[in-house]
Structures are given as structure tokens and as C-alpha cells.
Design a protein around this ligand. Sequence first.
Ligand SMILES: [Zn+2]
Length: 442
Amino acid sequence: MRLDIGIDDTDSAKGGCTTYIATLLVEKFLRIGARFADYPNIVRLNPNIPYKTRGNAAVALRLQVPESIYEELREATLRTIEKNSQIGEQGTDPAVILLRNKPTPQITKLSQEALISIVSIRKTVRTLRAAKGSAVSYGSGLGLVGALAAVGQTLEGDHTYELIAYRSRRNLGKPRLVDKDSVILMDQTTSPNTFNSYDAEHKRVLITPHGPDPVLLGLRGETPEAVRSAFRLILVREPIDRWVIFRTNHGTEAHFRSAQSRPSINRPVSLRGIVHERPQRIPGGHVFLKLLTGRRVVECAAFEPTGKFKEIVAKLIPGDEVTVFGGVRTHEVNHRPSVTVNLEKIIVNHLIDDIVVRNPQCPECGKRMKSAGRGQGFQCPRCTYVSRKVSKQFLRNDRVIRPGLYVPDRKAHRHLTKPLSRYGMEKGRWDGKPPMGTWHSP
Ligand SMILES: [Zn+2]
């Protein structure tokens, strides 16, 4: 029989890792005699949920097993979660879903909703019961939503792979001994079949996380073979406990596939509109943009860590036409709730000419003149030359950006962000490669 197991929310801010539990389960299941119907899946859900701060990941294990070992698999799953998750920690509400048979269309639908909105526990339980699935939850029940959504997210369309290697227990909390030069070489050799490994611009290794969790490194790529051969190129100077290849929705911007075109709190949105005012830079380096869409003005924000991306946004002028993608969040401005689209991507559709109107230069001394009064022409403030013949000048400023697609710097990428190198490499249905945006040096 087919058996799908979804797991969510086993980790806390203090450590632990749902993918690690999945890895332990892979080994246990194989020992018990299960066959896998797919690579273990990591599914990222709506990144804009306020109480989910660690990337909102859940896992699904899809098995083909004889009925006779079901109880043994169930026992192994629960025992492993109880032993390895942070049960009792604030905000950790582990949950497991066990579903015999393939996910029903209702589960698939719930899973799509969980990518873009907030799904209630009540609805999750109802959907699960209708599918005759069973669940075990250790806390508030919040983990049930992600666990069922993971089961339903079967990654039929675009997907990627991640090889995750784990550290031995005694090294937890110590610096990760992964050779930087080998990462650079691996990136050069295997890109674009691997992605988000090294940020050449900021000279940062991206495959190693920080913090106490058991992940040593994660290699992202297009195929299982790509991540496997990339892994062979990495020089690691500490013991590797175990590793496993996951199939994921990382780098697929799955959350934008059904993004709405009206801003709604905590949901992804995509909006086409006209730049309404000159973008404003606020203390901290963030850039705010007011966009006119239909009859409403929507505030968008490009935050400081987005790097060059926020500079692109800052170079827009009123009248430019853009399409923005991002998550809708609220924050307090002068004690009032304000809605902002946190920008994750922008397509510059059309740039208008940047015309500035200036007073004429003095024909005598070259100084810029001032109006001498209505209908009185211009007067030079330096040599007092007055003329009615000179007139205002219209100057065209060079635009330093070009139409095209822009995404934040890699260090500001979220798990679902599609890196530029993946455009054109999507699996399944795809609607064409958009032109890449470029800086243009004046
Ligand atoms: Zn003059």
C-alpha cells in the first residue's frame, strides 16, 4: 500500500531540525523493509506567516509498503519524533500525519492554500478525516497544518533537490569545518546545475547554516546527480554523520504561482502598477516605493539586506511601470497599522524618460539664471544680465537601470526565492524566460 507521512514543527529556536528527523526515519524505514515512492520531500509553505520564523518547512515521506509493517513504521515515527524534537519548548508543536493512499484532491487544495495563506487547524482536521488519515499532535495542533500540507504538496511541477549532510553530535555548536576554496571550485564547476552555493560578490559561503542545528551543509541543485557530484567536490574537515537527498520546492517561487493581485495580509501578491512618487530612502538603508495600481496607492519596501536590489528600486521615478512581487505585511507607523509589500522580486516593464526642467545658463558668465518675474525673462544672480530671449532648458537624465527582471542579492534570498540562474531551467509547465535586468553604466 501507499503510505504518506507528513511531519512538521519539530524544531524550536534553540535547535532541532525537522529534516534531521526525516533523515533518521529514512534509515529506520529502510531497515524495517519499506520502499520509497519518492525522494523525501522538503516543502516550504507560506513564508509570510508571522509566527513561523524559521523558513516554514515541513517534510513528507512517501512509501510503498506491505500492510503488515504499518504499525511498526508508525511506532518508529512517533518514537523518533519524541526522542529528537523539542517537545515542550515554546512555539514547538510537532505533528505527524499518516495517510494510506495518495493525497486526495482536497488535501492538494489545502496544500496550495498553505503556500499562500493561513490555514486553520479545524479545516486541516476536517480534510484529514475526510481522507481517512490519522494524526498525532504533541502541542497546540499547529503542526498539523504543515504536516498535512507537506503530504499534499507532491511537487508535480517545478522542483529542485537538496543534499543535506549532518554533523556528529559532539560538534554541535562548534564552527563548521567546510573548506571555502572547495566550495568556490564546486560552484564554478557545477553551476547552474547547482545554485545558491557561493555568493561571489560578498565572498560568502551559502551552503553552511549558522547556529546550533545539526545541519552541516545543504547543496541545492536541479537533479539528484548534480547535488551528489557537487558533494564529492566539497572538502569537509569534520566527521559527516549522515546525508540524504531531498526533493523540494526550494528556488521555485511556488508561492507566487497563485499569488493574488490584491494585497491581503500575510499573503504573497503580484501587482502591476505605476511608480507614484520618487522612492524614499529611510534610516537603516531601506527603500520605500509607492505604487499606483488601479485607484489605490500601495506601499512597497525593499529592505537593506536586499543589496543592489534596493538600489534598483531607488532609481525608479514617477511614471515608470513595474510589476512587483512580495509578501504583504503590516507594521505600526505612528501607532497605526500600515500595509506594506515586502519586495521579493520586481520586473521593470517600462521606463519613462527622466526629463528635468532647469533655468537657462547666463549667456555672459555661465551661471544658472533666476526668474526675473512673471513674463520678465531671466536674470543672472552673478552678473545681473537680464534676458527675455533665453528660455528654460529640458534635460534628459540618463536612466541607469534597464527594463527587466531583478531579484534581491543572494544573502537576502528566502528558501522559495528563484535565483536568476534558475530562470529557464524550470521543470514542467513554464511560460517563457523573462529578460534579465541589468545595470547600465552612464
Ligand atoms: Zn551672468
